[in-house]
Design a binder for this molecule. Structure first.
Ligand SMILES: [Cu+2]
Length: 55
């Protein structure tokens, strides 16, 4: 989501980037008629992965 990217650019953590695995329904690019399911945005990098945000 755009606001997760804005937070990433604001915080500039030492990481490779963000990912949303598994194409959850309702995530950006996976809109399906207003349906949605909860999903996590993962911060990934050399020091490991962690949950960056939940939607
Ligand atoms: Cu998809």
């Amino acid at each position: 989501p755009a606001d997760a990217i804005r937070i990433l650019l604001d915080q500039r953590p030492d990481a490779g980037g963000l990912a949303v695995p598994d194409m959850p329904i309702g995530s950006p690019g996976m809109e399906m008629g207003g349906q949605s399911e909860p999903f996590e945005v993962i911060l990934w990098g050399d020091s490991g992965n962690s949950v960056f945000a939940r939607y």
